[in-house]
Design a protein around this ligand. Structure first.
Ligand code: GCU
Length: 446
């Protein structure tokens, strides 16, 4: 069994991937730029100080709560009640409520994706026939060149690759992951035993894709004046309701989807999105805002993803609003760790899941003894339960129980699925379950 050090290792790994190739001076100047931007946003919001978040280290004096008996849920907004208190009674009402919820998420949490974003031209980097496991695969790597004619000082491009079974006779379903680059010379973590997720998909006759979010928007506050966010703002700081990195990452996933739609080998009505952790948050945001994604596998997304922010358990709003993570959100979100708190947020995670309805969403998480409690598995489960009524209104099925299941129980009868696997901070062991469940929607590829 893998233990807590693995969890610490994987979080550590994420940060190392981002900073591995920097000199100490570069790292220092990046930190300074991030701090300066965070301070500027606080100033624009009229905030002098923020409440500090709890620690992710369970041994720390200020460790995040992991005691279920201390959790109180207050002031939970309801997805099927309009802001004026009227009820959402039918699918037509839901369309209006959806617009209301999107406006609230845009303004207060994830930020507004700008209209009229520059176009992207896809260029083929290479194409090859290759074996993945035992499956002959057509594999392509592409670069999406973003039109920067409005501000040539900033160049942006999107790295994306995908593979489909070479011998498929009809267009295939495809699941696309938000992935990351391993800097040269850096050792990858050991691959889990058994076939890779790509091979599992190919065996089913489906395709896979990997988009590199940091190729078009850096994962830090210093990067907000460049990448797609910086390009649109012509290198200027964000406004308070401007989009954060999660929305920008989701934008790139939609552009890769545009490209997939032009490939006759891909069934454009069956394209899914998957991600883990910060990329699990991005996958959920992409799924909620991009109706062309027809299924979602949301891995250990935690706070800012599928976990209810009103639950004082694991990671908190105060952590998300601090300088290390605020860039994922609109600057407006910072105020919920200042004068306001999580109970003042007009929305919560169950409503983000509800925005994905009626499309199927699988919420995945690891074991608390291996992955730790920072992710808050129950907070994500409860959010999925609370999104259920919206699925039911649209003639779909939510989770089959409201009771938090024991670990490794698969709740896959409905269009919302949940499973807490036996491993750590990975989607790994749940791919199998996701594919079995997904066959209901995607069928066999070949
Ligand atoms: C940190 C962060 C989480 C995030 C995770 C990751 O732990 O607090 O919100 O999901 O990193 O992306 O690995």
């Amino acid at each position: 069994m893998i233990h807590r050090p693995f969890l610490i290792f994987s979080f550590w790994l994420f940060s190392q991937i981002c900073i591995a190739q920097m000199t100490p001076q570069q790292r220092d100047s990046l930190d300074k730029l991030t701090q300066a931007d965070h301070q500027l946003m606080m100033k624009m919001l009229g905030i002098d100080s923020l409440r500090p978040g709890p620690s992710g280290n369970p041994q720390a004096l200020n460790a995040a709560n992991s005691d279920e008996s201390k959790v109180r849920l207050e002031n939970m907004p309801l997805p099927l009640i309009f802001e004026d208190g009227k009820s959402v009674k039918n699918p037509k009402d839901w369309e209006k409520r959806k617009a209301e919820l999107k406006e609230l998420f845009d303004r207060e949490m994830y930020g507004r994706t700008p209209e009229n974003l520059p176009g992207v031209k896809w260029e083929l980097v290479w194409e090859k026939d290759t074996l993945i496991g035992s499956i002959e695969t057509k594999y392509r790597k592409l670069k999406g060149i973003v039109d920067n004619s409005a501000f040539p000082a900033i160049s942006v491009s999107i790295d994306f690759e995908y593979g489909v079974p070479k011998n498929s006779v009809k267009p295939v379903p495809l699941v696309k992951e938000f992935g990351w680059i391993w800097p040269a010379g850096m050792q990858r973590p050991p691959a889990p035993p058994g076939p890779s997720w790509q091979e599992q998909l190919l065996k089913e006759g489906w395709g896979f894709g990997v988009i590199i979010p940091t190729s078009y928007q850096a994962d830090n506050g210093a990067g907000l004046r460049s990448g797609i966010i910086g390009l649109v703002n012509k290198g200027e700081p964000r406004k308070l309701d401007d989009w954060g990195t999660l929305k920008a990452w989701a934008w790139g996933a939609s552009r890769a989807l545009d490209h997939l739609e032009t490939d006759p080998k891909v069934d454009k009505s069956k394209i899914g999105v998957e991600g883990l952790s910060r990329y699990g948050k991005a996958a959920l945001v992409a799924m909620a805002y991009e109706p062309r994604f027809s299924i979602g596998l949301i891995g250990s997304s935690g706070a800012g993803g599928a976990k209810l922010l009103r639950r004082i358990f694991g990671e908190q709003v105060e952590n998300l609003a601090a300088s290390g993570e605020y860039h994922w959100f609109a600057p407006n979100f910072i105020k919920y760790a200042g004068p306001l708190n999580q109970n003042d947020l007009p929305v919560d995670a169950h409503e983000l899941i509800a925005l994905c309805s009626p499309r199927p969403v699988f919420i995945s998480v690891g074991s608390p003894t291996v992955e730790g409690q920072w992710i808050d598995a129950k907070g994500m489960f409860d959010a999925a339960v609370l999104a259920g009524p919206v699925y039911e209104l649209l003639g779909k099925k939510g989770l089959s129980t409201e009771e938090f299941p024991s670990i490794q129980t698969f709740l896959g009868e409905g269009d919302l699925a949940f499973r807490q696997h036996e491993g750590g901070h990975t989607v790994g062991p749940n791919w199998l379950y996701f594919i079995e469940w997904g066959k209901k929607y995607f069928g066999k590829g070949i």
